[in-house]
Design a protein around this ligand. Structure first.
Ligand code: ZN
Length: 240
């Protein structure tokens, strides 16, 4: 079984379409979406439609929570808040309701998925350091935990000791447990503007992170035309 695990699409339809084409080329069996379908980008409705088409295994991100009114906008920075308010105006009640129904955690096979953390997913804290990861291994309750949220692909492996690395390919050894951040489809922030997602192959016992080029010009122009903050388009070129 091959699972495509993708996160943080942020209403970037061009990045999502490119990632889907890459998944189709490689061949995957199931799809898991780790949330933040919307917020920042200019295509919230079409992105929600495309994600729902492929999977019902979707967890809520902090932007999804904010846009359906479950999270206050105050902690968001100005750009995120403006984009969230714009997105609320774009989505009809049915889509808002769909966001409202998303769970915080989902499990399948020997995998557990959340947007942010396993300990208290509703807080949307970050797992950035080995210490954060170590605390969170307790909450995974499965062999592999997948996360998004930071928009930076990275993995942590519990072997004899905790290993922390940015390798694109993770080959699991017997007894390994892993926590993998698959990066962001629609707004990468690791200085690489290409869309990021992961494939977990249960037979190979591997997780591979793939990077995909997409039409940034179109995605950025839609952001400018929508009247969203221009920085949200500019940052796509920098992968920041
Ligand atoms: Zn995000």
């Amino acid at each position: 079984m091959r699972y495509a695990v993708f996160s943080d699409i942020h209403a970037n339809l061009e990045a999502l379409e490119a990632v889907y084409a890459d998944m189709d080329r490689r061949g995957v069996d199931e799809y898991i979406c780790l949330g933040d379908l919307v917020g920042y980008g200019a295509s919230p409705g079409p992105v929600m439609e495309r994600v729902m088409d492929r999977t019902s295994r979707i967890v809520a991100g902090n932007h999804d929570y904010a846009i359906c009114g479950k999270l206050r906008l105050d902690p968001f920075n100005t750009y995120a808040r403006q984009a969230a308010e714009w997105t609320m105006d774009q989505l009809d009640d049915e889509w808002i309701d769909t966001l409202d129904q998303l769970p915080l955690m989902t499990s399948v096979d020997n995998v557990t998925c959340v947007h942010a953390t396993f300990i208290a997913p509703e807080r949307f804290d970050y797992i950035l350091t080995a210490y954060d990861a170590e605390l969170n291994f307790e909450g995974i309750g499965a062999r592999i935990g997948f996360i998004g949220h930071s928009h930076i692909p990275v993995n942590f492996v519990m072997r004899d000791r905790l290993l922390h690395n940015e390798h694109r390919t993770l080959e699991l050894q017997p007894g390994d447990r892993a926590l993998v951040n698959v990066g962001s489809v629609g707004q990468p922030r690791d200085d690489d503007p290409r869309a990021s997602y992961g494939v977990y192959d249960t037979e190979e016992e591997s997780v591979r992170i793939h990077r995909v080029t997409y039409d940034i010009d179109t995605a950025a122009n839609k952001i400018y035309e929508a009247g969203l903050p221009t920085l949200l388009g500019e940052r796509l070129y920098r992968g920041k």
